[in-house]
Design a protein around this ligand. Structure first.
Ligand code: GRG
Length: 303
C-alpha cells in the first residue's frame, strides 16, 4: 500500500526536527561559552545563533553529505560553520546602516539588544570562528579543507557572493532595475550561500566533477527560488509568521520579483525553478528524496 502524502510530510517534519537538534547541539559545543570574557560578545553571538532560525543551509549540508556518503562528523561541523556565516550576514543586514530592522527571528535584533558596536563585532567573530572550524574539519584531507574554504570564501565575497549581492541590493534601492540586475542580486545575496552549502558538502565526498556541477545547479536554483519566496512573503505574510516586520521591501523600493513581475508570476517563476532544480539531481535516484522534499518546502514555506 502506498503511504498517504500527509504521513510522508509529517515524517519529513520529524526528520527536520531531528536534524535541527543535531545542528543546535553541535553549535552549542562550538560556540564560546556565554560566561567567557569578554562576556557580552559571546552572549551576542549565542543570542543571534539561537534566536530560532530555520537552519535551511546546515540541513542542506547534512542531506547532501548523506546522499553522497560524506563523513557525518565533518558535514556537521561544515553545517555549523555555514550557519554561523549566515547568522553573521543577518546581524549585519539588520544594522541601521543597512536594512535597519528591529526584529529578526521573532526577537529584537542584536544591535537593539546589545548595541551596534557589539553587534558588528559579534558578527565578525562568528565569521572568523567559522573559518577556524573549517580548518579543522574532522577526518578531512588538507586538500578538501582548502577546496571547501575557497568555495565558501567565494560565496561570501564581493564578486558573486553575499557581499556583492548586498552592495547591489543597497545601491539599487529606489532606482530602476532590470531582470538582469535582479538575477544578480538574488543569486549573489541569497543563492550563493545556499549553493555553497550543497557544493561544499559534495566536496567532502567522492562526488565527481559532473555531479558537483549538477548539485551546484540544484543549489543555485533553489537559492534563487528561496529569495523569490522571501520577496513574496514580505508582501503577503504577517509579522508573527515572519518574525520580522513585513512590507519593508516596498517601502524601501527594493529590487524584488513581485515589484517586477507581480505576485502570481513570481510564484510561477519560483515553482518552475524548484522543478528544474529537482531534475538536476535525478542522478541521485532514491538518495535524492530528502533534498527533493527540502526543495518543495522552499517553495511552499510560510515563514
Ligand atoms: C560578510 C557574511 C557577510 C555579510 C555582509 C549583510 C550582508 C553582507 C549580506 C546580507 C545578505 C542577506 C541578509 C541576504 C538575505 C538572505 C535571506 C533570505 C535571509 C533569510 O534567511 P532564512 O529565511 O533565515 O533562512 P533564518 O532566520 O530562518 O535563518
Amino acid at each position: 500500500m502506498t503511504e498517504k502524502p500527509e504521513v510522508r510530510i509529517t515524517g519529513f517534519k520529524d526528520h527536520l526536527g531531528d536534524q535541527k537538534s543535531r545542528i543546535d547541539n553541535r553549535l552549542e559545543e562550538l560556540l564560546p561559552p556565554g560566561e567567557l570574557r569578554p562576556k557580552v560578545v559571546h552572549e551576542a553571538m549565542r543570542y543571534s545563533v539561537f534566536a530560532g532560525g530555520k537552519r535551511i543551509r546546515p540541513i542542506l549540508v547534512l542531506e547532501t553529505a548523506d546522499a553522497l556518503g560524506a563523513s557525518p562528523e565533518s558535514a556537521l561541523d561544515l553545517a555549523c560553520a555555514i550557519e554561523m556565516i549566515h547568522t553573521y550576514s543577518l546581524m549585519h543586514d539588520d544594522l541601521p546602516a543597512m536594512d535597519d530592522d528591529d526584529y529578526r527571528r521573532g526577537k529584537l535584533t542584536a544591535h537593539k539588544e546589545f548595541g551596534e558596536g557589539i553587534a558588528i563585532l559579534a558578527g565578525n567573530a562568528l565569521l572568523i570562528l567559522a573559518v577556524r572550524i573549517l580548518t579543522r574539519l574532522p577526518g578531512t584531507s588538507k586538500s578538501s579543507i582548502i577546496e571547501v574554504t575557497n568555495r565558501l570564501s567565494w560565496a561570501v565575497g564581493s564578486e558573486k557572493g553575499l557581499i556583492g549581492g548586498q552592495v547591489a541590493d543597497l545601491i539599487t534601492e529606489g532606482e530602476e532595475f532590470s531582470e538582469r540586475d535582479l538575477a544578480y542580486i538574488h543569486s549573489s545575496k541569497t543563492g550563493a550561500l545556499i549553493e555553497a552549502s550543497v557544493v561544499c558538502a559534495a566536496l567532502l565526498s567522492n562526488a565527481d566533477k559532473e555531479q558537483i556541477e549538477r548539485l551546484a545547479a540544484f543549489g543555485k536554483k533553489i537559492g534563487v527560488a528561496f529569495q523569490i519566496v522571501d520577496d513574496i512573503l514580505d508582501v503577503v505574510a504577517t509579522s508573527e509568521e515572519l518574525g520580522k516586520t513585513p512590507g519593508k521591501d516596498a517601502i524601501g523600493e527594493k529590487a524584488t520579483y513581485p515589484a517586477l513581475f507581480g505576485l502570481e508570476e513570481s510564484r510561477n517563476i519560483a515553482s518552475k525553478l524548484v522543478s528544474e532544480a529537482i531534475e538536476e539531481i535525478n542522478f541521485l535516484g532514491e538518495r535524492a528524496m530528502k533534498l527533493t522534499e527540502l526543495a518543495h518546502f522552499i517553495s511552499v514555506r510560510r515563514f
